[in-house]
Design a binder for this molecule. Structure first.
Ligand code: SF4
Ligand code: SF4
Ligand code: FES
Length: 187
């Protein structure tokens, strides 16, 4: 057997699992080299486990369907090369349908403009480039990427509801409101 690489994939079957578990797959390095993560998942599905569920669409880094947490970071898996030792999980804080497939929820973002200190942590944390800090006359404000107005009262259409901004804000200025909260979230 030639060199192998291992990827660790979170599996979740709503009929049999309470919380899900990581499963390691060994893949032949000479076949996998140069593949994207989502292509490697396709290899697993075709050759090792046909029950593995994941989703992607455009393979151009645009549609967001392939977003997964890779080593804890929200990642476009259609444009990111696979590597040995990756931990591939569904996006955190979203309801998991099965394995790596999540339900994207319509979200609204409420930002307390008065509380915001302009520290910029939300900008760094957001995988979708929703935030932008503007400082005018010494006052910091957080705006969305569309520059159509203050984010707190606008829907951010690209927001995937991952809550990273909400968790990292040191002054609790951000609230991510999900408009569908009936589904189960696996963490
Ligand atoms: S929840 Fe926050 S960090 Fe996540 S995509 Fe939406 S704005 Fe960005
Ligand atoms: S993390 Fe919070 S305080 Fe910092 S810029 Fe973003 S909204 Fe403002
Ligand atoms: S499949 Fe569309 S962004 Fe990756």
């Amino acid at each position: 057997m030639g060199d192998q690489i291992t990827v660790n994939v979170r599996r979740f079957d709503p009929e049999h699992d309470a919380t899900g578990h990581l499963e390691a797959f060994s893949l032949p390095k000479d076949v996998i080299d140069g593949m994207t993560i989502v292509t490697a998942l396709g290899y697993i599905q075709e050759n090792l486990d046909p029950t593995l569920a994941f989703y992607y669409s455009c393979e151009l880094g645009r549609c967001r369907g392939c977003l997964m947490d890779v080593n804890g970071e929200a990642t476009f898996t259609c444009t990111t090369p696979v590597e040995d030792g990756l931990v591939i999980e569904p996006l955190a804080h979203l309801p998991v349908i099965r394995d790596l497939v999540v339900k994207f929820l319509l979200t609204k973002l409420h930002v307390d403009e008065d509380a915001c200190t302009g520290c910029g942590l939300c900008v760094q944390a957001c995988p979708m480039d929703i935030y932008e800090i503007s400082v005018s006359d010494g006052v910091a404000a957080v705006k969305d990427g569309t520059k159509t107005g203050f984010l707190g009262r606008a829907d951010a259409v690209d927001c995937i509801g991952c809550s990273r901004c909400e968790k990292i804000c040191p002054v609790g200025a951000i609230e991510v409101v999900r408009l569908d909260t009936n589904s189960r979230t696996v963490s």
